[in-house]
Ligand binder design. Sequence first.
Ligand SMILES: Cc1ncc(C[n+]2csc(CCOP(=O)(O)OP(=O)(O)O)c2C)c(N)n1
Ligand SMILES: [Mg+2]
Length: 434
Amino acid sequence: MADPADKPPRGGDNRPALALHVPEPKSRPGDPVDFSDLDIGEAGSQPRPDEGAHPSEMTGLAYDLIRVLGDDDRAHGPWDPKLDPETLRTMLRHMAMTRAFDERMFRGQRQGKTSFYMKCTGEEATSIATSMALASDDMVFPSYRQQGILIARGYPLIEMINQIYSNKGDKLKGRQLPIMYSSREHSFFSISGNLATQTPQAVGWAMASAIKGDSRIAATWVGEGSTAEGDFHSACTFATVYNAPVILNVINNQWAISSFSGFAGAERTTFAARALGYGLAGLRVDGNDPLACYASQLWAANRARANKGPTLIEYFTYRAEGHSTSDDPSGYRSAQEREDWPLGDPVKRLRDHLIAIGEWDEDRQAAMDKECAEQVKEVTKEAEKNGILGHGLHQPFRTMFEDVFEELPWHLKEQAEQATRERIKKFGEKGPNR
Ligand SMILES: Cc1ncc(C[n+]2csc(CCOP(=O)(O)OP(=O)(O)O)c2C)c(N)n1
Ligand SMILES: [Mg+2]
């Protein structure tokens, strides 16, 4: 038996006091910003392993930053996806359209046409370039900031706006928060407000695809803050155990509403390095470099399709705007951050690349931006005919009781009747929303 005298002394004796570490962002409103500690390697200098490589052979890429577009606006190195100019222009157009759409919807919220909207400014490449590297029937499980996927997949803008306005054209019948789209036809899984739930769902879908001997893979997008949820870690475990054909995209925009990424573990390691402990392939990518976004997603898609295993990819980017229309970032972070952010703007970087290779010019860009803004404006007007917030032109009130049970149980029937009676009393026989 151990001698009790060997035990460390009890508290209050001469043991050192413990100290809890509470992460604190490096700058707050009004402070100068310093991004100099970021290790941003030269574009083209990161190795591109074989798509079937064992995760242990590529640990360096979980800490590095895969980049293709250099300061000279040209593509460099082994990750250059060598896309033709037409594809690059399509990518640029999707990105410009997403930005125009965001601007219009944000304004619509300020005008009281919807209750809520979320922009993806500065993060367009992480949804558009990545989804362009997937097949159109690969199943995507996005978060709320990947509207670019729907735009890239050709989902009609009017359907998006109907959903945002929760009007009578809304296919989801006003049952989802604005921007929480869903489209089976576009292999776009319903967005959930419960963060990170999409990650195990994507892995489960990918496992089912493998069980059935299908050829489609799954991809999910999750914010860096949301990786602190248990769901994300279960997803990683299932993905590695069953070698699921799935891509786990972590969008590290450095903020989770007002919490900086340190609260999700960013002070200690990279999000891509999470992959290592699970035995997943891990890549860390410049999320503002559309070519690097495309190339890394294609690498992971080819790997998954060849049954070589899942990949976790961290896209390092910056949330240029507020979290949502309900947020004001000037209360918790320095405005200088956006100015000084060293990886630039993804739309501008792709535009400058196309100009540098002689496939684009400022005039064409201006014309395209104008066209996108006008198209969004027109479609918005069209959608407004179906109603906006508060105009009563939403789905009939009673539909909230439908589509859950094949046959409405008696107690819900009673509730529906009572609700209708009360609304008639309030609004009259010809009143709205019955
Ligand atoms: C399970 C859960 N916890 C908390 C929230 C509230 N919430 C909504 S968005 C958000 C921030 C998420 O940040 P991040 O994952 O980094 O994504 P980003 O908004 O930056 O794209 C939080 C905490 C939620 N919706 N669900
Ligand atoms: Mg975030």
